[in-house]
Design a protein around this ligand. Structure first.
Ligand code: F3S
Length: 76
């Protein structure tokens, strides 16, 4: 399984990830990205379905600050 979350300490609110993977990433009131998939709340605990892997990888590759983290185990 794959999990993802956004490190808001390094996100610069560039806005790329939500455009690339709108089912996974959205923005908070400050424009910082967060994982919204399945009510994750940017905890990195919800299993991302395989059909979203390509979008998730593209978002990670496209983040200018490497703020999008992906792992095989939950982050929390
Ligand atoms: Fe932030 Fe990177 Fe997305 S800078 S808005 S996490 S593409």
């Amino acid at each position: 399984a794959k999990y993802t979350y956004v490190d808001k300490d390094t996100c610069i609110a560039c806005g790329a990830c939500g455009a690339t993977a709108p089912d996974i990433y959205d923005y908070d009131d400050e424009g910082l990205a967060e994982v919204i998939f399945d009510g994750d709340g940017n905890r990195g605990i919800k299993v991302i379905p395989e059909d979203l892997y390509d979008d998730m990888q593209d978002a990670t590759d496209g983040c200018p600050t490497d703020s999008i983290k992906i792992a095989d185990t939950p982050f929390n």
